[in-house]
Write a protein that binds this ligand. Structure first.
Ligand code: FE2
Ligand code: FE2
Length: 334
């Protein structure tokens, strides 16, 4: 099994998009990307927008290569919205090329355990009768030598949340990989149980969103649950919510008592925390209002994004990702 993070906080965006390639199937998980619209009172920096752009290009490219898409829930950082969203580089056409009739989509049940706005978004997908859709809640699928197991709906945070998500386990050759999606820590017993009971080899958790104001009790509970996950898994990676703050490593050490690697690190990339660094970067080099006016009016060229990215050595990450994935696909065809 090979896992390729495409877009996530440790790669400079708000997302959890990744590819899982097994001997039998290529899976694209939560194919979307977004940016924190306002953080520290500031809009996304040009470099964040460029990271979102390249992530979107790769999501579109990879969507054409995969057999299965997994949709854990319908928040915009996981689900490509079918309306124009500039920071997310999406619109109706982008939506249609990702969720196409060629791919099997295993997705959160649109009618249960979702608030009104999530149900409304989910309908964009479910009303299209041409798509191969399956309600994945609490289900198991077997594709060749690969087993895909979904949790029951688990809260997007602590018990009583109005939005629920699905955790996913992908298993092949006795190797079990679990992607928790947005369980905020985990912050609920049921989300923790799914992980612990499966004793996985590798888990990717989103971590507690401690950059938002939450109660001390919720904060402490999430570390108690994360501790249980760490005790029952071979390796745990942390990303997404937890990586929206610069002091994530200290917070982890203080409250979990140990270090965890980020999602990017499974591909040997040190974290690039663009949103968390927004204020520092802005103070060093303020962004002129003209940039945002040009951006809003679609006057920023692709060359601008490419040049901006190429000045940062981590542009290599996405270049390598593209060639590694294509190589992998070619190998499987042989
Ligand atoms: Fe979410
Ligand atoms: Fe999320």
């Amino acid at each position: 099994m090979k896992i390729f993070p495409i877009s996530c906080e440790s790669l400079g965006t708000r997302s959890f998009a990744h590819l899982v390639m097994t001997k039998s199937v290529n899976i694209l998980i939560d194919p979307s990307v977004s940016l924190g619209p306002i953080r520290f009172g500031l809009r996304p920096l040009p470099i964040e927008i460029a990271a979102s752009w390249i992530s979107r290009q790769l999501i579109l490219e990879f969507a054409e290569l995969v057999d299965v898409i997994i949709q854990s829930h319908y928040h915009g950082d996981h689900f490509t919205l079918g309306i124009e969203r500039k920071y997310e580089f999406t619109n109706r056409d982008v939506f249609n090329s990702i969720y196409s009739p060629e791919v099997t989509i295993l997705a959160k049940d649109p009618d249960k355990y979702l608030n009104f706005s999530q149900q409304k978004r989910a309908k964009w997908l479910w009303k299209n009768k041409k798509l191969k859709l399956s309600k994945a809640d609490n289900s198991e699928y077997e594709i060749g030598s690969t087993k895909i197991v979904f949790s029951p709906p688990v809260p997007h945070g602590s018990e009583g949340s109005r939005v629920y998500v699905l955790e996913t386990m992908i298993e092949e050759d006795n190797f079990k990989y679990i992607y928790t999606s947005d369980v905020c820590g985990p912050s609920s017993k049921i989300a923790t149980e799914f992980i612990v009971q499966n004793t996985p080899d590798l888990v990717v958790v989103d971590g507690f969103p401690f950059y938002l104001s939450k109660t001390k009790e919720e904060f402490e509970k999430s570390f108690e649950y994360l501790g249980r996950v760490v005790d029952n898994a071979e390796e745990v990676l942390i990303d997404h919510h937890f990586l929206r703050s610069l002091n994530w490593e200290e917070v982890l050490k203080e409250n979990l008592g140990r270090k965890l690697r980020t999602f990017s690190m499974i591909r040997n990339q040190d974290p690039i925390l663009l949103e968390a660094q927004r204020k520092i970067r802005f103070d060093k080099s303020p962004v002129k209002e003209e940039f945002y006016t040009a951006f809003e009016n679609d006057k920023i060229s692709i060359t601008f994004y490419k040049e901006l990215l190429s000045k940062n050595d981590y542009y290599q990450y996405w270049k390598k990702l593209r060639s590694n994935v294509k190589e992998e696909i070619e190998k499987k065809k042989e």
